[in-house]
Write a protein that binds this ligand. Sequence first.
Ligand code: FAD
Length: 427
Amino acid sequence: MEKSTEKHFVPLTLEQAFDVAVVGGGLAGTMAAVAAAREGKKVVLIEKYGYLGGMATAGLVYPFMKHTENGSGKPANAGLYFQLLKEIYEIGGSDGAESRHYKEEFMKVVLDRMTKRYGVQVLFHSKLCSVERAERRIQSITVSTVSGKIQIRAGRFVDATGNADLTAFAGFAYEQGREEDGLCQPMTLCFRLGNVDWSRFDHAAANKLYREFQAAGKIQNPRENILIFHHPFDNVMHMNTTRAIGIDPTNVFDVSKAEMLLREQMLEMYRFMKENIPGLENCELISSAAESGIRESRRIVGLVKVTADDLIHTRKFEDSIARGTYAIDIHNPSGTGTYLYKMPENDYYTIPYRALVPQDADNLIVAGRCICTTHEALAAVRIMPITTCMGEAAGIAAAMATDADCTMAQVDVQALREKIVSYGGLV
Ligand SMILES: Cc1cc2nc3c(=O)[nH]c(=O)nc-3n(C[C@H](O)[C@H](O)[C@H](O)COP(=O)(O)OP(=O)(O)OC[C@H]3O[C@@H](n4cnc5c(N)ncnc54)[C@H](O)[C@@H]3O)c2cc1C
């Protein structure tokens, strides 16, 4: 007689509590987890995909935007960010130890190794679904996994979901979009064309024809030009050029609509390039991102809000935990056009610690593109070199709050700054 293999599902339970739980394994969240674990803390990192990197890997966002001062070329971002660049280079994933150009498959391996090195418990294919809160403290989070829903308890939590899911699901305050109408920057599906003959490609001529097609109603994409980058693989063109406007990135119906719209725009662009642009006659549509990129959505209400003025006047906050030099780069939330304000030469702006701390929570800190800023300021500080540095700072801060048994707002910020610098970071 055959032996039965019948089973009945028993959801997994987690008895152990963590010092720090980080939700979101993008570059901000991964660095937060690594930094907290480097301080000796027991850390869990929750990520909905099966690899780390967030927009840099799942979103096919490429390359790292500028991490140096205009003019002097001095670095503004370092610490774990430089460690990441170096390790990607060492395994053959880029063309230099400080190169901003990376191959994302190598980045995935490096991020795995960084978390393993410090003993971070990574839970892949795990999505935050609810939060248990008592007054100003998060008690536990529940994540949906292949083993069922798992409740995770921790002393400190880091929200690195990009969309501030943890903050929002806990019921803490947030803002979204520009002041006048709540609209966010457009979503974009990044994709790649292979088999490109770069030697015959003329970007200016392609843009001219694109605009003619747009004026004739033959192209529906509202973006004003074709935004492309050379990918490190020979003959591969990276395209960051689709644009879904008027979408609320935190509304699942809107996001679902945007994903389909952007795939249509991808096909439209591929056909336009292949049929009309010299050098692309033989191109192939080789890949698109696992999800369309969200430039802007929820931003927490923190202890301080970073404004465009702070960036333009390169304000040096006393509690600075990271620097930046990237321009205010606003892709028009309501149509065509991109606004770009370049930062002054030989200088940098700073990110204050207080912008990472929600005003209504005690054991929560955020890192990445959901920190407390205006719509305009976010358009600069959202780039990956800066979000990576914010993550490192948030992780160290969560570890320090654990040691001092204090709220995130009570962390000794000068000691935090010294610690960041001791690891090679810039504040
Ligand atoms: C189209 C586009 C182009 C861009 N171009 C550039 C560029 O060229 N260079 C540059 O430097 N920057 C660029 N940026 C900006 C940059 O990519 C992002 O702002 C940055 O990556 C944000 O980092 P993050 O860690 O905060 O968030 P993310 O990278 O979005 O990471 C968030 C992570 O959390 C996970 N997650 C989210 N919700 C949950 C949940 N509920 N449960 C579990 N896991 C969850 C996600 O899977 C993801 O891994 C671009 C952004 C976009 C959208």
